[in-house]
Write a protein that binds this ligand. Structure first.
Ligand SMILES: Cc1cc2nc3c(=O)[nH]c(=O)nc-3n(C[C@H](O)[C@H](O)[C@H](O)COP(=O)(O)OP(=O)(O)OC[C@H]3O[C@@H](n4cnc5c(N)ncnc54)[C@H](O)[C@@H]3O)c2cc1C
Length: 496
């Protein structure tokens, strides 16, 4: 893994796989608000995923639609609008906070663990509420989810963690709302097979399930909808325009952003570049490591209740990994399709080759084969199973990959980059951005606009802030282990 973390991070690749959500691409996929990028801006946001879009929204939300604010804000996107992780994820708005709560509590203390779980819950609520308030057509579907657990240790850990959360939160607090289900209930209420078969010769024993509030959404449609709100308030979006380098000007306070279509002078740069951050900010090489994820959209089997429009979303958790699955809700395009991702540890060397790569132009065949067979195994085939016959057009409608950003401690990096002026970031959301990016964007703009005060500290975790110590941590082993290195080179060069 240490070697994978050293692979030089690249800019987003040309010709990526096309995701289920980007088919067809949105009207603004190739948006260029002005023919050429402006050569001067107050703020340049790099990246048009949910983070970049939510930052732009927080900067522009007080501007009336059709008017321009007092600040010129330019957004650069290397490929089409929202073509990074946000445009190619699994669409799950699911915190699963109990799965990290005890680790956070032991590392940071219980109050910080409570704060993180509350932020995750609030993020999910805020995203679905925003979609509703602004009528964004993105199949926003707040609902319950169930984690189906096939591992004794994980089952025991789930009980311990839920008990700890119930003790740490006030009674009835929805953040700590969890219900356990027996294997019989998992079968009768959640349509899963009692016998999930064997994988690599190992029997998958069903221990039970845990249900709680979550949701699903087309993150692509949500974010392109959000970008349109920003465009109507004066955002200048330049797609297919990578930032290729960031140069500190001689005054030490302003920046020049280089692109193949010309340079932009700016007072503030914001990195919303997630797994690609180190490509233009080399200090983060090895501190934010790309990890490729893979997802499939599958047509439901003939016997599935509600034609596949199951009322909950799912995760399937086993000893070393998990899959996540959302059924496409009633009324959505291809309703009842099952979008399932994961399978990382089922690939060669438990998915080692997926770390450090920015190649989302292709899929991993081991993972494709595994995901294709997972659904029938989890839901059950044969007379007693819930799957039935495959759809006449075949099971897999679409498969694709996308690039996530991972930090050694598992937390995003948000805030002013230390040692620099006018240089900000909100990056590296692991596989968890739909429950973190919204609130991190809000926090970043609070910091930029001088409201980094007690109120912000009350809801925004200290552990998410970028600092020298976190910037020096490098991966050792797979996830959540690190070693410190001496300070790296400066973030940018110097220009005239
Ligand atoms: C396959 C997959 C499945 C996932 N499933 C889920 C899920 O179900 N639920 C969940 O919560 N999370 C999920 N995630 C994670 C989630 O999608 C991300 O955490 C989240 O979308 C991050 O958003 P972002 O805006 O920070 O980054 P991104 O969406 O990656 O956006 C970064 C943007 O920056 C652009 N960019 C980068 N460098 C440059 C440059 N130099 N110049 C110009 N533009 C640049 C990129 O092209 C990209 O569009 C998944 C991720 C993947 C890849």
């Amino acid at each position: 893994m240490d070697e994978r973390a050293k692979i030089r991070v690249t800019l987003p690749r040309e010709n990526p796989t096309s995701s289920y959500w980007q088919d067809p691409p949105d009207d603004i996929a190739d948006e260029r608000t002005t023919k050429d990028p402006p050569n001067k801006a107050d703020i340049v946001i790099i990246g048009s995923g949910i983070t970049g879009a939510a930052i732009a929204w927080n900067l522009l939300k007080d501007v009336n639609p059709g008017e321009k604010g007092s600040r010129n804000i330019v957004m650069l996107e290397a490929r089409q609008a929202c073509s990074g992780a946000t445009g190619r994820n699994g669409g799950h708005t699911k915190a699963a906070s109990y799965r990290s709560f005890l680790e956070h509590a032991s590392l940071l203390g219980t109050p910080a663990a409570v704060q993180i779980a509350r932020l995750e819950y609030n993020n999910i609520q805020a995203v679905h509420a925003f979609a509703k308030e602004h009528d964004i057509p993105c199949d926003s579907n707040p609902c319950h989810t169930i984690d189906i657990i096939y591992d004794q240790a994980q089952w025991a850990a789930a009980h311990e963690a839920v008990a700890a959360m119930k003790a740490a939160f006030p009674e009835g607090d929805p953040v700590a709302e969890y219900t356990f289900h027996s294997p019989a209930e998992v079968q009768s209420k959640f349509h899963c097979a009692l016998d999930a078969g064997t994988v690599a010769g190992e029997q998958q024993t069903l221990y039970g399930g845990v249900s709680y509030p979550a949701g699903s959404i087309s993150s692509y449609a949500f974010t392109t909808g959000l970008l349109k709100l920003c465009l109507s308030r004066g955002l200048n979006l330049q797609t297919n325009t990578p930032a290729t380098s960031l140069m500190k000007n001689r005054d030490e306070r302003t920046w020049t952003v280089q692109t193949p279509r010309g340079n932009i002078w700016t007072k503030d740069i914001i990195l919303a570049t997630n797994g690609y951050t180190a490509a233009i900010a080399p200090t983060f090489q090895g501190a934010i490591v790309p990890l490729r994820g893979q997802v499939t959209a599958q047509r439901p089997g003939s016997k599935l209740p509600e034609k596949g429009c199951l009322p909950t979303t799912y995760s399937f958790i086993y000893d070393k990994g998990y899959e996540y699955m959302i059924p496409r809700p009633k009324g959505s395009r291809n309703e009842g399709d099952l979008v399932i991702g994961g399978g990382l540890v089922r690939a060669k060397e438990e998915g080692l080759e997926e770390y450090g790569t920015t190649d989302d132009t292709t899929v991993n065949q081991d993972i494709s084969d595994y995901l294709k067979d997972s659904l029938t195994r989890y839901l059950g085939v044969g007379e007693k199973g819930n799957w039935g016959e495959d759809h006449p057009d075949g099971r897999v409608r679409k498969e694709w990959t996308g690039i996530m950003g991972y930090t050694p401690d598992g937390f995003p990096m948000v805030g002013p980059v230390p040692g620099e002026t006018g240089f900000w970031m909100s990056c590296s959301f692991q596989g968890h951005g739909m429950v973190l990016c919204w609130m991190c964007a809000k926090a970043l703009v609070e910091m930029m606009e001088g409201r980094d005060n007690e109120e912000l500290k009350g809801w925004f975790p200290e552990a998410f802030r970028v600092g020298f110590e976190r910037m020096r941590k490098r991966f050792q082993g797979r996830l959540h282990t690190s070693v410190a290195v001496p300070p790296g080179p400066p973030v940018g060069g110097e220009s005239g």
